[in-house]
Design a protein around this ligand. Structure first.
Ligand code: NAD
Ligand code: MG
Length: 397
């Protein structure tokens, strides 16, 4: 019997994983060591009971008592706070899903990587902020790193049985998000509700807004470079509004392998959960007769500077990915709070990257978790450098 942990069980990815696990006959369901969440205590308690988890952890230290109350008499251990979460994530398992959102997922993901057989990674921020470190930890523990992001799952599947040395290009598909056809002037006035209307995928709030700015694709370009060891130049992005082709790999002979499917994250999560086997999954099947067309467009760097910033972070190496991500998280919070407009998010990230470009703590050849956390904190505390070299406030950026 396999033992598994789910970090971020109450999120969009976590709920999809929960759905897949609950569909399995009880006798085939893995033993669950840990489920974690943050503020949604009733749901976390409900999942912990349904999955008979050993321990339930809320990252929110103030919610420990509420979680203990919700699980009273169940025999399920309870813990609260981010240190407790990282400690619980280090419990030995055969398979762990890393589905916390943002840089907050890094420490628990590294703890899991050191103590699990297979790390199913949805938390792309771990690879963006600390790719070299995560891969080092996996190599030392013998942990297999499996992608859960749909594009990377597609690439992983398109690479099966092939040689990485024979790959010429990886072509990441991007839906283009809700503003694919909007002008820059329209985007400048985009509201939170408009940014939350993703045309194809049903995801958490933060990644949905990141899809609208294309920062999600920017993180995914870095994730591809880190995960598959291809050079930044080998990673291309094509806008494909239907999100049916989840990504493609081109080989040196010109052959392209693509993975297709309905836009449903249970496909990629189920693949990672059952790998190396494939089992029946409750995802819609493609009907090519009604699909009728697949469209493609080039990326537009003027309206979506995020991809250019990702390429810059890859070219600079070190902890520039951690800076990009932290500045992006700050800008996202400000946009959600209504304090900056939509286009100011990318301007903020670029300004922070400019300000920290030559900083000693960012340009490290190798780093540990503490160094990544320092870079993250530095980026969060940095005012963006504007075009004039002046230091504007965030709202002017
Ligand atoms: P979400 O916001 O829906 O859920 C996030 C989970 O993390 C929740 O369980 C939440 O309680 C927990 N959490 C939030 N803040 C935390 C903190 N400070 N410490 C610990 N736990 C915390 O997010 P999501 O959309 O499920 O995305 C999760 C990850 O998967 C992200 O890295 C995202 O980029 C990636 N991803 C998501 C999708 C998707 O379809 N949603 C697709 C591909 C990749
Ligand atoms: Mg994706």
């Amino acid at each position: 019997m396999r033992r598994i942990s789910i970090l971020g069980a109450t999120g969009s990815i976590g709920r999809n994983a929960f759905d897949l696990l609950m569909r399995l006959p009880e006798a085939e369901r893995p033993e669950v060591e840990l489920v974690s969440g943050a503020s949604n205590i009733p749901e976390l308690a409900c999942q912990a009971k349904a999955l008979k988890a050993r321990i339930a952890v809320t990252a929110d230290a103030g919610q420990g008592a509420a979680l203990a109350e919700a699980l009273k008499g169940s025999g399920i251990e309870v813990a609260a706070g981010s240190d407790a979460l990282t400690e619980a994530a280090a419990r030995p398992t055969d398979w762990t899903l890393s589905a916390i959102v943002g840089a907050a997922g890094l420490a628990p993901t590294l703890a899991a990587a050191a103590n699990t057989g297979t790390l199913a990674l949805a938390n792309k921020e771990s690879l963006v902020c600390a790719g070299a470190l995560l891969k080092q930890v996996c190599a030392a523990s013998g942990c297999t790193l499996l992608p859960v992001d749909s594009e990377h799952s597609a690439i992983f599947q398109a690479l099966r049985g092939e040689r990485l040395s024979e790959v010429s290009r990886i072509i990441l598909t991007a839906s283009g998000g809700p503003f694919r056809t909007w002008s820059r002037a329209q985007m400048a006035k985009a509201t939170l509700d408009e940014a939350l209307c993703h045309p194809n995928w049903d995801m958490g709030q933060r990644i949905t807004i990141d899809s609208a700015t294309m920062f999600n694709k920017a993180l995914e370009v870095i994730e591809t470079h880190q995960l598959f060891g291809v050079s930044p130049e080998q990673v291309e992005v094509v806008v494909h509004p239907q999100s049916i082709i989840h990504s493609m790999v081109e080989y040196r002979d010109g052959a392209i392998m693509a993975q297709l499917g309905a836009p449903d994250m249970r496909g990629a999560i189920g693949f990672a959960l059952n790998w190396p086997e494939r089992i029946d999954l409750p995802v819609e099947r493609l009907d090519f007769a009604t699909l009728s067309r697949l469209d493609f467009e080039p990326e537009d760097p003027d309206r979506f500077p995020a991809l250019r910033l990702a390429r810059r972070a890859m070219a600079r190496g070190g902890l520039h990915g951690a800076v990009l991500n932290a500045a992006k998280e700050v800008a996202l919070d400000l946009f959600i709070a209504g304090e900056i407009d939509f286009l100011a998010m990318a301007a903020h990230v670029e300004g922070v990257m400019d300000a920290l470009d030559t900083h000693r703590e960012i340009n490290l050849a190798s780093y540990d978790l503490a160094a990544v956390q320092r870079a993250d904190a530095l980026a969060r505390a940095t005012e963006p450098l504007g075009e004039t070299g002046a230091v504007p406030t965030v709202s002017e950026a």
